[in-house]
Design a protein. Structure first.
Length: 169
């Protein structure tokens, strides 16, 4: 992929695989497909076959987020491929079992705690009746600040102050 991008004058940019406000699992899977394809630049059958193989591999691989493979989660059946018979893999050798609701809840809580530990959110401390300064743009490199103002009301959204209503003194 990197060679293709450089040949076509495309800037190669990688992003973080997890964004809490987006669907991190999808972004992680897209990154995995790209990495799989990068491992096999001369895959027999070209990039289309390489893409198909990478998608099959990812759909069949165990996902700790699901407790089973995406293929099993979607269709409730174990997926068997022609290569499995060739290598002597039988359906009984594949263990697939979804998370129970309790296991899924525990997993999601653990992921949230892990993320919160790595990305602590500091909340500004506002109190109704307190004094605040308001930045109104910049003047050169310095902020243009007005105030002090008396804080009359705080409108919160997701534990963060979204709107501050203040009174000019």
């Amino acid at each position: 992929m990197k060679k293709f991008a450089s040949d076509k004058n495309i800037e190669w940019v990688t992003t973080s695989p997890y964004h809490p406000e987006a669907n991190g699992l999808v972004e992680r899977k897209m990154r995995d497909v790209k990495q799989f394809m990068a491992l096999y630049p001369s895959f027999r059958g070209g990039w289309k076959n390489c893409l198909e193989a990478s998608v099959n591999h990812i759909n069949r691989s165990y996902s700790s987020a699901l407790g089973c493979s995406p293929q099993f989660k979607a269709f409730q059946q174990k997926s068997m491929y022609p290569a499995d018979e060739r290598f002597g893999i039988s359906e009984g050798m594949l263990h697939e079992e979804e998370f129970s609701e309790d296991e899924e809840k525990k997993y999601n809580e653990a992921m949230k705690q892990s993320f919160d530990k790595r990305h602590p959110r500091t909340h500004p401390k506002f109190q109704v009746g307190g004094k605040i300064l308001v930045q109104c743009g910049t003047y050169g490199e310095n902020p243009n600040v007005r105030g002090p103002f008396t804080l009359k009301k705080i409108i919160w959204m997701n534990e963060f102050p979204k709107t501050l209503v203040y009174l000019d003194e």
